[in-house]
Design a protein around this ligand. Sequence first.
Ligand code: TMP
Ligand code: ASP
Length: 243
Amino acid sequence: MEKLYEGKAKIIYPTDDPQILLAEFKDDATAFNAQKRGTIAQKGIMNARISAALFQLLEQQGIATHYIDQPGDGQMRVKAVQIVPLEIIVRNVAAGSLCRQTGLEKGTVLPFPLVEFYYKNDELGDPLLTRDRVLILNLASLNQLEQLQTKALGINTQLKTFFADCGITLVDFKLEFGLDQEQNLLLADEISPDTCRLWDQQETDPNARVMDKDRFREDLGNVETAYQQVQTRILSQLETLSL
Ligand code: TMP
Ligand code: ASP
């Protein structure tokens, strides 16, 4: 099948229906704007399952997403949307670039969730934006920015509680949104250990607790096992919620 688009972690295919696309999740892993490359065995299958589960959970909570269904392993049928070129990061605990850029100590619990907007632009290295930069670059309107902020915080509330019930701290995560034909903002892309920082609440050791792509970024080992563990906990927690 002719692909429509290939990104670092997914390939997008058209379907017979122009309103529906097929996303195929890849095992390829990249970090630091693709300067580091590798593969994580079974990642495509695991991330598709995890994303599908979390999108269904959020839909149940009244949050509109692009998710339709999972026709096969590593696949997801989604509503066709025009992706807003923003990466919206929500942080509950300091880690990663927040620590590097501000000097905050890793692990500091933030007094309130921090929402940040980054420019989704590989050539520029996905720079951090300000509200006025978003408006000047015409990446979103003021009304859309406010909607994105409200939606991101609502998603954080739901996901933080859900992950806590799985024994996992949701440190931070990245969201992308898209506009459908009626200009509704739908949560898009994926939510997976590639796009979240997830710390095992049973572990105090700063390396042992990492259950996400930082294991790959920082060469911590046991990457597949960590993703597998996230998948197992999420799916069994959803079963207890009868979702
Ligand atoms: P950061 O601390 O490197 O800015 O990352 C914040 C969160 O965003 C973290 O959960 C990882 C996720 N993320 C992505 O999903 N894609 C990216 O390209 C980057 C840099 C981070
Ligand atoms: N996905 C990003 C990349 O390759 C970075 C990351 O997740 O760390 O470049």
